[in-house]
Design a protein around this ligand. Structure first.
Ligand code: KG4
Ligand code: ZN
Length: 356
């Protein structure tokens, strides 16, 4: 089975072709990503209107390249998948409408994929990870701990009360005069910094739920920076290192709580799976290793280009859904907000009734 996947929910225009080999294993035939980082850099963050226009300009070329790189044509596809949310609505409309038009013309099934579900299922494409597993998704827009029990069967164990982790890194970078996106720059600075120079708070530590809160940490960092301003290079490095360590400590603690909740509700996970740009951070990666090791489970971290937004994850989620017959009508509405729990799954009872 071949599926084309389209991703336009944020600042990457992406398309890919993946092959589904029937045993929930797959191959990536092409994976084209056009990043808009340069367009948004001057504004220090993603500007939704600029993003939507950039998607319109790029999408046809990106899809054509994805098909060409795969050595395939549109009529060879078994389904056309697009991220239908959550995300910046202007961009979502561009990708989903394009997919609908292609599905209409070619009379192929449309799969309207939840972007978070695509992140959640990526470990199956890369590592064939069996259900159920515990997902830690940390990107610029999302921070979630999720029990992934099957396609369309997700239980959110924790989320952030305010900023996403990547967002907190980006804001910290901006405050300290570093560039955008901030995560990699903060990590770079932190390498030559002292992580224990500033006693920053570890919000939510020790709580039973797996929720996060990062705005207090961000404020504490700002107050420290203001207190010692003007900042030397060493001050910036020490602030970055202290911030990064505080986040890593919080991640470890929150995942301990999340994995405990997972065990109580679902039994033992087959793995702890990381997704999202933040998983690239080595200090946070150490916290993930430790959290997994402590409960005797494996840590699965897909390669960086598949942890961040991409078309292959949309195509793959599309393939998993298409295999179960979970296709969508052409009037499926794009969704700015779309919690994972609201994703439709394969309902055994309904399927039996329909067959009769
Ligand atoms: O998954 P992603 O590429 O895009 C979405 O937000 O969907 O994640 C990007 C986020 C940004 O906030 C970026 O600062 C953060 O991930 N990030 C990092 C690192 N690399 C990327 N945060 C901390 N350390 C890093 N090395
Ligand atoms: Zn994402």
């Amino acid at each position: 089975m071949l599926v084309l996947g389209i991703e336009t929910t944020c600042d990457e225009t992406a398309a890919a072709v993946v092959e589904w080999r029937g045993d929930a294993r797959g191959g990536i035939l092409s994976n084209v990503i056009l990043s808009q980082t340069a367009e948004h850099e001057v504004f220090g963050g993603v500007v939704p209107e600029i993003a939507a226009r950039a998607h319109v300009e790029a999408i046809d070329h990106v899809i054509a390249k994805a098909l060409a790189d795969a050595g395939q044509s549109l009529d060879r596809m078994d389904g056309i998948a697009a991220a239908a949310g959550p995300g910046l609505i202007g961009g979502v409309i561009v990708g989903l409408t394009t997919a609908k038009a292609m599905a209409l013309v070619t009379e192929k099934p449309l799969i309207a994929v939840n972007h978070l579900e695509a992140h959640a299922l990526t470990a199956r494409l890369t590592d064939g990870t069996p259900f159920p597993y515990c997902l830690f998704l940390a990107s610029g827009g999302h921070t979630q701990v999720v029990a992934v029990r099957g396609v369309g069967d997700y239980v959110r164990l924790g989320t952030t009360m305010d900023d996403a982790i990547g967002e907190a890194f980006d804001k910290t970078a901006k405050l300290l005069g570093l560039g955008y996106p901030g995560g990699p720059q903060v990590e770079q600075e932190a390498k030559r910094g002292n992580p224990s120079r500033f006693a920053l708070p570890r919000p939510m530590l020790g709580r039973d739920d797996a929720n996060f809160s990062l705005s207090g940490l961000k404020t504490a960092l700002r107050l420290e920076a203001e207190r010692i301003a003007p900042l030397s290079d060493q001050d910036v490095a020490d602030l970055c290192a202290s911030f990064q360590q505080a986040v890593a400590d919080v991640v470890l603690d929150r995942l301990r709580a999340g994995l405990k909740m997972f065990r109580e509700r679902t039994g033992a996970p087959t793995a702890l799976v990381a997704a999202g740009g933040v998983a690239a951070n080595q200090t946070i990666r150490k916290a993930l290793h430790r959290a997994a090791f402590e409960v005797g489970t494996a840590l699965v971290v897909p390669p960086p280009e598949l942890c961040t937004d991409n078309g292959a994850m949309i195509a793959w989620a599309g393939a998993e859904r298409l295999w179960l017959g979970l296709t969508d009508p052409l009037d499926f509405m794009p969704r700015a907000r779309w919690p994972l729990e609201e994703v439709r799954g394969w309902d055994k009872a309904a399927a039996t009734i329909q067959r009769k």
